[in-house]
Design a binder for this molecule. Structure first.
Ligand code: NAP
Ligand code: GCO
Length: 267
């Protein structure tokens, strides 16, 4: 068996949603290094233009699109446009996501629904648009970007935790329903990763000291550090490649060990 070939994405077409920066962009760059053609979407023209420049600087000729992942008609049109311009999608990463940190009793139903819409309904909408092409092609890989909050709760993230817990189950359901078509649907559950989504949790205090949440995460993580978007590259290539052809419905937590650790004992 040629093991390097097993991990190759040569000839594959990948759509990574929300890959204008952060985790999505790192995964897209990893896929490009492994040989895939990259398509991504994001929410604005300015964000798309900046991202295309950043990909170019990294030697990646990415196809960028503006498309709201919550808008089913727009997503169908996006998938049709990619088919026309690039080809049928082999790999989908449902990465676009938002968080609203608001105590549950202060959160409006509208805000709750918005988070569920982007973080849970959209992966359903995008997967639904992409799966028929995968069935026709005879194979497909779907990776849903889940979270620690697919397993854990904490103050202020009720909508996000509900969405990411739901996304874990959507992952298992896509596996159950479409596994027979040679489609593997798995999740990646990143730990705390230094991106714009988590920037408010890492802001320096007025006296220059670290944010209490920043210290809390480092003490909760056996690796004793925040993750970087690059930490997701290898796991994503594995789940997108033939190396994972019998891995289905699995959530791979890439968290520096947080979920394995009860926390520091009192001194
Ligand atoms: P990020 O830097 O904030 O990037 C979010 C991406 O999603 C951006 O490209 C954004 O596009 C796009 N996006 C948001 N709403 C969209 C919409 N309605 N339609 C299309 N695109 C949309 O976030 P990140 O930290 O890289 O997170 C990426 C994913 O990983 C999210 O699902 C997040 O929940 C998950 N995650 C993050 C962490 C972490 O610690 N950072 C941990 C676990 C899981 P624009 O640039 O155009 O706004
Ligand atoms: C928070 C965080 C998170 C994550 C992440 C952890 O406020 O607790 O933003 O929920 O970034 O998804 O896996």
């Amino acid at each position: 068996m040629d093991i390097a070939k097993q991990f190759s994405l040569e000839g594959k077409i990948a759509l990574i949603t929300g890959a204008s920066h952060g985790i999505g962009m790192a995964i897209a760059n990893a896929f490009a290094s492994a040989g895939a053609t990259i398509c991504f979407n994001c929410s604005s023209e300015s964000s798309k233009a900046r991202a295309i420049e950043a990909y170019k600087a990294n030697g990646v000729d990415a196809h960028g699109y503006v498309c709201d992942v919550c808008d089913e008609e727009a997503v169908k049109a996006l998938v049709a446009q990619i088919k026309e311009e690039v080809g049928v999608i082999d790999i989908l990463v449902n990465n676009a996501g938002i968080i609203k940190r608001i105590p549950m009793l202060d959160m409006s139903a509208e805000d709750f629904r918005k988070v569920i819409d982007v973080d849970l309904n959209a992966p359903f909408i995008v997967s639904k648009a992409v799966i028929p092409g995968m069935i026709e092609k005879g194979h497909g890989k779907i990776i849903n970007i889940c979270s620690m909050m697919s397993e854990l709760g904490r103050e202020t993230v009720s909508a996000y935790a509900a969405a990411k817990g739901g996304l874990k189950m959507l992952t298992r359901n896509i596996c159950s329903e479409y596994g027979e078509y040679n489609i593997q649907c798995n999740g990646i559950g990143p730990g705390y990763i230094a991106t714009s989504q988590t920037a408010p949790l890492r802001e320096r205090q007025p006296d220059g000291s670290r944010h209490p949440f920043d210290q809390f995460i480092v003490s909760k993580t056996p690796a004793a550090r925040w993750g970087e978007a690059e930490d997701l590259m290898g796991p994503a290539v594995f789940l997108a490649s033939d190396a994972s052809n019998f891995v289905n419905g699995h959530i791979l937590y890439v968290d520096g060990g947080i979920l394995a650790y009860i926390g520091k004992q009192p001194q």
